[in-house]
Design a protein around this ligand. Structure first.
Ligand code: SAH
Length: 440
């Protein structure tokens, strides 16, 4: 990690009483409005130290003068020297936390989950031999070179791709970084290469496919393939949503696989068909993928093709429909499905959108229940951090109870172990399973 310039005095922050107790309680964010005093102006990514009212050390973290989250905590309670070895042990701790979670049948998972692994605003995902480093704060930009070296040394990635959240792309350009850029594994950053081409991995040779499973499009350049629970998926790690795949839904996908035998499945907000492949392998009779994105549905078709050697996948009828899922579901008149999965994108990006999001979830669930046959299972997920699990589960249960049908709650789940949630705002993912009590 870059040594701070010795000429500069350490950036010192005095914080409010409320922030003092939040930091003592292990919260990883110090907000700009909680800073009472700064000894000087700070620059992006430099180390800052927060002190309490008695001038005692509270926490050290990464400073960002442009973000309302002004400092992201790296270490709290006792002073510590943050040097190369400290970073290395922090990376190893994150990797050790995942030891034993995945066998050779799952080569796609999260290695570093931001604040929850002590790497605030930074995500590292693995897809086979390819790794994706995604930054959600500009504070990492001055340290990118060092983070890359560390990842290279510890993980020996075949490819390392940089992804940037939308809000930091402009600042990143000043550091010579671009979203989707391939970070060279030879020690030098390949500026402006945008990763395309070089990041591409040829899809594995596809066995002879039944006609209906022949993919109708080639994967975009930059796409890699990996395994999840022995299913093969592609991920567009250069341009895809998140880092290319929704790794956080793995455990829910596994549950869906176990519930799918003999069922007609609607996978709303399907993305690349993650839930659908598990359902198909689990013996679903048919799967309908519904998404607004044509690219997502093309990827879903290719993912079915990639798994066509599995007899259950080959037998399952796979259809896709491109539409706004809210409208499409509202328009359906008949109960046609025995398993309905609702996994919309975040409906509340900010606190003010919370009430509207809960109403939207309720409406969606109402529609989901309408298209669900007697004895069917409804799976409803939310990834809105601003909607709590209690609020979401409460809304779904209420709609279920008011539907005139009797539902048995099979499960209510939260985060998978490679996406730990260690502070309140980190709890974004929740999913509830309701089974209609009438046996078909
Ligand atoms: N269940 C998926 C992840 C879903 S992500 C998985 O396991 O991989 C949310 C998806 O919703 C994205 O693919 C996005 O294209 C789609 N989407 C967003 N708004 C939509 C809308 N109004 N109607 C249908 N799909 C939508």
């Amino acid at each position: 990690m870059p040594t701070e310039s010795p000429a500069k005095t350490r950036l010192r922050l005095r914080v409010t009483a409320a922030a003092e107790s939040a930091l003592r309680g292990g919260h990883p964010w110090l907000f700009a409005k909680s800073i009472r005093e700064e000894n000087r102006e700070g620059s992006v990514g430099e180390l800052a130290v927060a002190y309490d009212r008695q001038n005692r050390f509270l926490a050290i973290g990464l400073f960002d003068p442009a973000s309302p989250i002004r400092m992201r905590v790296l270490h709290a309670s006792k002073p510590v020297t943050i040097d190369g070895e400290w970073w290395r042990s922090r990376l190893r701790a994150a990797l050790e936390r995942r030891d034993g979670l995945f066998d050779a049948a799952t080569t796609g998972y999260r290695c570093i989950h931001g604040e929850n692994d002590g790497w605030p605003g930074l995500v590292l995902d693995r897809y086979g031999s390819a790794f994706v480093l995604k930054l959600y704060t500009a504070a990492w930009l001055p340290r990118l070179e060092e983070v890359c070296s560390l990842v290279r040394e510890e993980l020996k990635p075949g490819q390392l791709v940089l992804r940037l959240s939308r809000n930091i792309r402009e600042t990143a350009a000043d550091f010579g970084c671009a979203d989707g850029q391939l970070l060279s594994c030879a020690g030098v950053r390949e500026r402006g290469s945008a990763g395309v081409g070089t990041a591409a991995t040829a899809a594995p040779p596809t066995p002879s496919l039944p006609h209906s499973l022949t993919p109708d499009s080639a994967p975009p350049r930059g796409t890699v393939t990996f395994l999840e629970s022995a299913l093969r998926f592609e991920a567009d790690i250069v341009r895809g949503q998140k880092t290319g795949f929704f790794l956080d839904q793995r455990e829910n996908r596994r549950r869906v696989g176990a519930l799918a035998a003999g069922r007609d499945v609607l996978n709303a907000f399907s993305f690349s068909g993650g839930f659908s492949l598990y359902a198909a392998r689990g013996g679903a009779r048919s799967v309908m993928d519904l998404d607004i994105s044509a690219h997502a549905l093309e990827a879903a078709r290719r993912n079915f093709a990639l798994n066509a050697t599995d007899p259950s996948v080959a037998r399952c009828r796979h259809e896709t429909v491109r539409a706004d899922a809210f409208e499409w579901i509202a328009e359906q008149k008949r109960s046609r499905y025995d398993l309905v999965i609702l996994d919309p994108p975040s409906l509340a990006k900010r606190e003010t959108e919370r009430a509207g999001a809960i109403r939207a979830y309720a409406k969606l669930v109402e529609g989901g229940i309408r298209v669900l046959r007697a004895g069917g299972v409804l799976v409803a997920a939310s990834c809105s951090a601003h909607v709590t699990a209690d609020e979401f589960f409460g809304a779904v249960r209420e709609i279920g109870a008011g539907s005139g049908r009797r539902f048995e709650e099979l499960a209510a789940t939260s985060h998978p172990p490679d996406h730990p949630a260690t502070f309140p705002e980190a709890h974004y993912l929740k999913c509830i399973y309701l089974r209609d009590g009438v046996q078909p």
